[in-house]
Design a protein around this ligand. Structure first.
Ligand code: SF4
Length: 346
């Protein structure tokens, strides 16, 4: 499998951003088990970018630290099996325009940027087909994407990326305003409230509120991600009247035990964030060491259902490689879209 190297572009940008991102030399000094060679090799395939606040929470002596597993490069990322996929959720053939993905007639995904505040090592868009090329659409590409959405008049446009909150409020609000009134419901799929909670300002919350109905879907995988700053940001959104839901990803060694999932889901409900989805990890090249076997995931979900209220129980879903869109894991197995025991899972 051949991958294009995309990291140097991101590296240049990150250097300019300064102290909020932890640089490689500092990370290598503080976490002895990290390897310079692995960091550089992993970074060439998919950029390594760890916000300082996230990094500071990592226990440098714990190789199984759940925050480290999600964010720091690992030698196992460099091992790509024959069963691994470049396009694990079948998006490549469903792009009517470069920054759009459409799997359903009533919904369109608009990718506002390829940038993220933290590049999750398991990301389903971690391969070159998703991550090569410019980080942001130029004006002409963005205009064309918005025009296409307006003409199609779907029920929902989902602003995604990358992380749509990696763009400025001005750009975000401008895009949202141009989609209205043709698109009744807007969604923002973002990990920024978790990885960069300072991004959730009063101004952002008020701007989203002013553009209701806007649904915000965040991405939190472990209760330790819910720091005081993260809780404050989520509360700002909810207090502003913005509905907030969570989409967790089931990750080996991070949250594949019932106690962690109970703690996560109950903490989210207490914050008035609905634990909407537990995602089965997509079979992308470079994340095999973080995948959970579907059979184990189903057993875990069953155990979770016995422990939490209906309000705290996420649906266990998968976005299968055939591009047909998200469905329950149980149904995906029954319909042969994924196997009960997947290659690379454990
Ligand atoms: S925030 Fe989302 S898009 Fe960005 S790296 Fe993480 S999983 Fe991928």
């Amino acid at each position: 499998m051949v991958f294009e190297e995309v990291a140097p572009y991101h590296e240049r940008r990150d250097r300019a951003r300064g102290a909020r991102i932890v640089g490689r030399p500092e990370a290598l000094r503080r976490i002895e088990r990290l390897s310079d060679a692995v960091w550089r090799a992993a970074d060439r395939l998919f950029p390594v970018r760890v916000p300082r606040a996230w990094f500071d929470q990592i226990d440098p002596d714990d190789p199984n630290d759940p925050l480290a597993l999600q964010a720091l490069p690992d030698a196992r990322e460099l091992i790509h099996g024959a069963e691994d996929l470049n396009d694990p959720v079948g998006e490549q053939g469903l792009q009517p325009l470069p920054w759009l993905v459409q799997k359903h007639p009533d919904r369109i995904l608009l990718l506002l940027t390829r940038r993220c505040h933290l590049y999750c090592r398991y990301c389903f868009r971690r391969t070159a087909p998703h991550h090569a090329g410019p980080e942001d659409p130029d004006d002409a590409a963005l205009d064309a994407a918005i025009a296409r959405c307006v003409a199609a008049r779907p029920q929902e446009v989902i602003l995604s990326g990358g992380d749509p909150l990696a763009v400025t409020d001005a750009r975000l609000f401008d895009v949202m305003d141009r989609l209205r009134p043709a698109v009744p419901v807007l969604r923002i799929h973002t990990r920024a409230p978790i990885t960069a909670p300072e991004r959730v300002t009063e101004a952002l919350a008020a701007g989203l509120r002013a553009r209701a109905p806007v649904w915000v879907l965040v991405h939190c995988n472990h209760p330790r991600e819910l720091t005081e700053e993260v809780r404050a940001g989520l509360t700002r959104l909810v207090d502003a009247g913005v509905p907030v839901l969570n989409q967790a990803v089931l990750l080996r060694g991070v949250n594949d035990d019932v106690e962690t999932l109970v703690a996560l889901c109950e903490a989210l409900v207490a914050l008035r964030v609905f634990p909407y989805y537990l995602h089965h990890t997509d079979r992308v090249a470079g994340n095999a060491h973080l995948r959970v076997d579907p059979a184990a995931g189903l057993a875990l979900h069953k155990a979770l259902s016995r422990r939490v209220s209906g309000l705290a129980l996420p649906s266990y879903v998968v976005d299968p490689p055939d591009g047909s869109g998200k469905i329950q894991v149980e149904r995906a197995v029954a319909e042969g879209k994924i196997a009960l025991h997947e290659p690379g899972g454990a």
